[in-house]
Design a protein around this ligand. Sequence first.
Ligand code: HEC
Length: 230
Amino acid sequence: MANENENLSVWTSISFWRRSAAWVTGFAVILLIWLTFDTMGQISMGTDADLQKAVAEGKEINRVPAPTVINYHIDYKMSKTRGHEVPVIGAKEPFFGKEWSPKEAAALLHLGKLTVQAKNCMNCHTLLGNGAYYAPDLTKAWLDPAWQKGGPMQAMTNTGTTEEAMAKFLQNPSQYPTHARMMPNLGITAQEAKGVVAFLKHMSSIDTNGFPRNFSKTVEQFKTGGTNAH
Ligand code: HEC
């Protein structure tokens, strides 16, 4: 007498589905572990030696450069091969009038990060994709032409560099209104402001695959007669 189950299709077999579920879960676990390590490699911060070598040899720089990147000029250039803009680390330039050692730069960046967290900038702004859009995205704020030489912010704050203009604005934002909305005074000290500006400059050097997408469009508007890039 033939077994009754023999004629049943494989699709109705419970053991088939059990085995499939086990294989799919196993494969997904391995894939996720591999992707985790791959991502860790991409997002871990480079060292000062990496940075110096990459700049000297014109090679690709770590996605997240060392804190000493604040000692360099940062440009944002269209990459034809990648189809979006990428940060380009240029020649050395003083930051608040000096060159920062790896230790000093790391400490300043750390102060900036703590200040950004303590004052909850993300409540209004977006940083690296996290936060709100009540106020301009800060991911590439350092590269905003409004803050560069010839832009309105240095003139408005009566300063000669991007870092000084930003630091002055951050200590007293309601004194320098440029948007329809005004940034409130958050009680940021002069030292904290330096840290925050270092944090913003470092963030602008991170290769974010062209995020935020609309950056160059808003910059074009600025160049063709807008009053501010946002
Ligand atoms: C309550 C909302 C709010 C918070 C919190 C806030 N901001 Fe702002 N911020 C604004 C608004 C609104 C503007 C636009 C105002 C202007 O330009 O006059 C702005 C503008 C800026 C700009 C100029 C952006 C550009 O590209 O022109 C910077 C830089 C900035 N904020 C940094 C910060 C930092 C750093 C923090 C945290 C320490 C912070 N903001 C916290 C509302 C906020």
